[in-house]
Design a protein around this ligand. Structure first.
Ligand code: UD1
Ligand code: CA
Length: 462
């Protein structure tokens, strides 16, 4: 399908959101709204993808850096037709099909877009518009059909007559256009009477009587086309997304103790026989294996967790990888690039950042492990921390296989602990420890016999 270009409309401010953030960047299930739309378009491998940006364009561009998207500026937002007109120069000479979507309809699926494209190509229409019948069509453009059911035009709610407002078939804001016919039609669009904007749906009436004509492609699942214009709609969309993910996972063999309290993003995958307790938030491209249990209050983002692991209550896990048979938490914080190899354990109130915890190694209580490589079968005692930062640079700590680190040890990086070494509790380690050595790095204790009683009686007299 490489005779296809995609255009994403994303220049509007989204006034009704009452936000400093451009509407299309508001997160939906942990990803900017517009990222979901891009994801839905991806399988078509369009020759080019253009995004129209305007309001806070730089911020939108920055959020999409790394995507193969060409940005086209619409400095003044004078309506959706005006937005599409801005691509005229960029698309000069292009004669294929143009798929036009809005950046604010994050539930659209690739299947639906595929349906629109197929319908468009089968009939060789000049324009195909996606429509849906909504129980409550408020806010959407209404689809006006002839007595015989043919598509006539689309009227915006503000301009609709009372009997037109009763129509429940709405414009989903997804279109396929034959590029050669589109730009001529766009130029013929006049500003709307009420808002003074150039409305893209007006192109339908203008193309209707030309060879090829126009058509509506109606979808069955009306939830998919929901656009987000307000915070209330954003909340509704989240509820829909979570329900959908919950249904999918239940069908795939995952136990959700309370499906209405499972906050799982659409890209998350979980293997069968895994169990989720209530109030778990799973965001982004998170993948969880089979037979893993995640307890309440965990938030996990863009991370991978293997099979048969247990994540106890209250953990935050970001951009991290956890192997099979691991145990994490309660109340652990795995920051980006934490890697737990199989059967590793990271316990209560432990923070791990940019570090590897090797196979079978344990950091059970109250530790900070940053910029560290821990080998296999290492035990890190309670309260141990790595001092990775001297105020200017980050330094690495290396702890080789079979090391035993006693409780409350301070490892001042850069420092290496050789295989099989033992570090005495309470040590401050500033120099490398050779393999199999026993390292003490603490002041020697002195006991002054009877001195406590002397101390007390002095204070009693005072
Ligand atoms: C639009 C449609 C409406 C349809 C609904 C579906 C128009 C006039 N109306 O209404 O028929 O039912 O979508 O969700 O098209 N944008 C620009 N530049 C502009 C204006 C808007 O890029 O000058 C972008 C916005 O950022 C947004 C998209 O176009 O992503 C749609 O704009 P929005 O204002 O949300 O249109 P609706 O009122 O929802
Ligand atoms: Ca909208």
């Amino acid at each position: 399908m490489n005779d296809l270009c995609t255009v994403i409309l994303a220049a509007g401010q989204g006034t009704r959101m009452r936000s400093k953030l451009p509407k299309v960047l508001h997160p939906v299930a942990g990803l900017p709204m517009i990222a979901h739309v891009i994801e839905a378009c991806r399988p078509f491998q369009a020759k080019r993808t253009l995004a129209i940006v305007g309001h806070q364009a730089d911020r939108v561009k920055q959020a999409l850096a790394g995507e193969a998207i060409e940005f086209v500026a619409q400095p003044e937002q004078r309506g959706t037709a005006h937005a599409l007109l801005q691509t005229r120069e960029a698309l000069a000479g292009f004669d294929g099909d143009l798929l036009v979507v809005s950046g604010d309809t994050p539930l659209l699926t690739s299947q639906t877009l595929d349906g629109v494209l197929r319908a468009h190509r089968d009939t060789r229409a000049l324009a195909t518009v996606l429509t849906a019948e909504l129980p409550d069509p408020t806010g959407y453009g209404r689809v006006i059909r002839s007595a015989t059911g043919g598509l006539l035009r689309i009227v915006e709610e503000l301009e609709a007559a009372p009997q037109e407002r009763r129509i429940r078939e709405i414009n989903a804001g997804v279109y396929c256009f034959a590029a050669h016919a589109l730009f001529e039609a766009l130029q013929a669009i006049r500003p709307s009477a009420v808002k003074g904007e150039l409305y893209l749906p007006d192109a339908i009436a203008l193309l209707r009587d030309r060879d090829g004509g126009v058509q509506a492609h109606r979808i069955l699942d009306p939830d998919e086309v929901r656009g987000i214009n307000t915070r209330a709609e954003l909340a509704e969309i989240h509820r829909l997304l979570w329900r959908k993910a919950a249904r999918r996972l239940l069908a795939e063999g995952v136990t959700l103790l309370d499906p209405e309290r499972a906050y799982i993003g659409p890209l998350v995958r979980i293997g069968p026989d895994s169990i989720l307790y209530p109030n778990v938030i799973l965001e982004g491209q998170t993948v969880i294996g089979e037979g893993t249990t995640i307890y309440s209050g965990c938030r996990i983002r863009n991370s991978t967790i293997g099979d048969d692991s247990v994540i106890l209550d209250g953990c935050i896990i970001q951009e991290s990888q956890i192997g099979d048979g691991c145990q994490v938490g309660p109340y652990a914080h795995l920051r980006p690039e934490a890697r737990l190899r199989q059967h590793a354990k990271v316990g209560n109130f432990v923070e791990v950042k940019k570090s590897v915890v090797g196979e079978g190694s344990k950091v059970p209580h109250l530790s900070y492990i940053g910029d560290t490589t821990i080998g296999k079968r290492v035990n890190v005692g309670a309260g141990t921390i790595t001092c990775n930062y001297d105020g200017f640079t980050k330094h690495r700590t290396v702890i080789e296989d079979d090391v035993f680190v006693g409780s409350d040890v301070i490892l001042v990086a850069p420092v290496s602990i050789g295989r099989g070494a033992i570090i005495a509790a309470g040590s401050t380690i500033t120099e490398d420890v050779p393999p199999d050595a026993l390292a003490f790095g603490r002041a020697r204790q002195t006991n002054k016999s009877g001195a406590a009683e002397v101390f007390r009686s002095k204070h009693r007299k005072g």
